[in-house]
Ligand binder design. Structure first.
Ligand code: NAD
Length: 232
């Protein structure tokens, strides 16, 4: 299973393709999420991530996150790969999701990439690395950067080995994550795309469903593994 920003939309976290709100409405996220943007204006980029970190911390996992955690408990071998950086899958009970794009809750040194465990917010952000004095940045993958090798290899191996691949709440525009459903298809899996703008024409073994993840996924789990309450 591969998830994207759409899975967290019903938790109130904006995706990259919808207008940002409040102070950030004037900025294009794809222009803030780059090393060039950080070099140009580190304070602006740091503050955008500080805002997103706060939003994520205040958000709650929604029924889509909960259903995916429940599904993984029922399927003997199930790998959850996410492009999300908000940590909501783990908070919903998913165990060790593959986080392809890092996690907002961690920071690392912009100069040497070392993850920094303890840091303090300063009046003049970004804060500095306690070891070398370099600027701290969020430990997420920005546009133009390489994905963590181990995470990407594990995601590709899972896509190659699976029987069914669900791609949920992702526009499929950001590579290399976007290649994973294609890899699964090439290796003989059934692939189901679920988001709000999937192409309506898909031929088996590719299926496309336009639906809200928070509505469809609980219904799917309920249909396959009905509980006494759900049998009418
Ligand atoms: P995207 O913004 O490109 O696309 C979002 C997709 O979600 C769209 O296809 C849309 O139709 C679908 N969608 C929106 N609401 C939905 C819902 N309720 N149910 C089902 N589908 C819904 O997101 P992306 O493909 O994940 O790629 C953009 C990049 O943005 C990724 O690198 C990701 O790391 C980053 N991002 C992450 C978060 C987060 O962690 N919550 C938020 C914004 C962006």
């Amino acid at each position: 299973m591969l998830t994207g920003a759409g899975v967290s939309a019903e938790s109130g976290l904006p995706t990259f393709r919808e207008a940002q709100t409040g102070l950030w409405a004037q900025y294009d996220p794809e222009e803030l999420a780059t090393p060039q943007a950080f070099r140009r204006n580190p304070r602006l980029v740091w503050e955008w991530y500080a805002w997103r970190r706060q939003l994520a911390a205040a958000a709650q996992p929604n029924p889509a996150h909960v259903a995916l955690a429940a599904l993984a408990q029922r399927v003997p071998e199930c790998t959850l790969i996410t492009q999300n950086v908000d940590g909501l899958h783990t908070r919903a009970g998913s165990v060790n999701p593959i986080e392809l794009h890092g996690n907002l809750s961690r920071v690392k040194c912009f100069d040497d990439g070392r993850v920094v465990e303890h840091w303090q917010a300063t009046a003049d952000p970004p804060p500095r690395c306690p070891d070398c004095g370099g600027m701290l940045r969020p430990d997420v993958v920005w546009f133009g950067e390489l994905l963590p090798r181990t995470a990407l290899d594990a995601a590709i191996a899972a896509a190659q080995a699976c029987d069914v691949f669900l791609s949920i709440g992702t526009s499929g525009l950001v590579e290399p994550a976007a290649a994973l459903p294609r890899i699964a298809l090439q290796c003989g899996a059934t692939v189901v795309l679920i988001n709000l703008d999937v192409p309506t024409r898909a031929t088996p073994p590719l299926y496309a469903i336009n639906a809200k993840a928070g509505e469809l996924l609980p219904a799917l789990v309920d249909a396959v593994w009905p509980t006494p309450d759900s049998i009418g």
